[in-house]
Design a binder for this molecule. Structure first.
Ligand code: ADP
Ligand code: MG
Length: 140
């Protein structure tokens, strides 16, 4: 599935719809360059899950847990991970194989521990279509 957006609000809206339909046990991998809109997308997902609190990239913690929505929401941002052991230290398996939904920004950095059946989301710019244009590709 491919979506095209021209504003952050549109990207957020696609995330929101996905959040409304997300199911326990799903793991979403979110890749794309810095500043492309991964966190904007995740903020929409959180809204769709009914989470009220502010959602920002958990830059210094790898993982942020939100439990006030329809199902638990586990937001990883592994951009600053230096060693895969850091994932063991936070007990990632409890989240990957728990009863919530996982979103992992920069998932490509922890490829070796990802289960096979994740849903991949890639966000890309294409500057010739404008500075705010984004292409969002979702693959099962
Ligand atoms: P990332 O998490 O991928 O590093 P962010 O979501 O934090 O990126 O930031 C994306 C930035 O791009 C925001 O400042 C946002 O306003 C801007 N932006 C511009 N156009 C779009 C768009 N179409 N979709 C998403 N973000 C956009
Ligand atoms: Mg981010």
């Amino acid at each position: 599935m491919i979506f095209e957006t021209w504003t952050p609000e549109e990207t957020r809206e696609i995330g929101k719809q996905l959040g409304e339909n997300a199911e326990p046990g799903q793991i979403y991998l979110l890749d794309g360059d810095l500043g492309v809109g991964k966190t904007v997308f995740v903020q929409g997902v959180a809204e769709g899950l009914g989470i009220r609190g502010p959602v920002n990239s958990p830059t210094f913690t790898i993982l942020q847990v939100y439990e006030d929505g329809r199902i638990p929401f586990y937001h990883f941002d592994v951009y600053r991970i230096a060693d895969i052991d850091e994932m063991d230290e936070i007990g990632y398996e409890d989240y990957f194989f728990g009863g919530g939904v996982c979103f992992i920004e920069w998932a490509e950095l922890i490829e070796e521990i990802l289960p096979a059946d994740c849903i991949q989301i890639r966000i890309e710019k294409e500057l010739k279509k404008g500075f705010d244009y984004r292409r969002i590709t979702i693959d099962k």
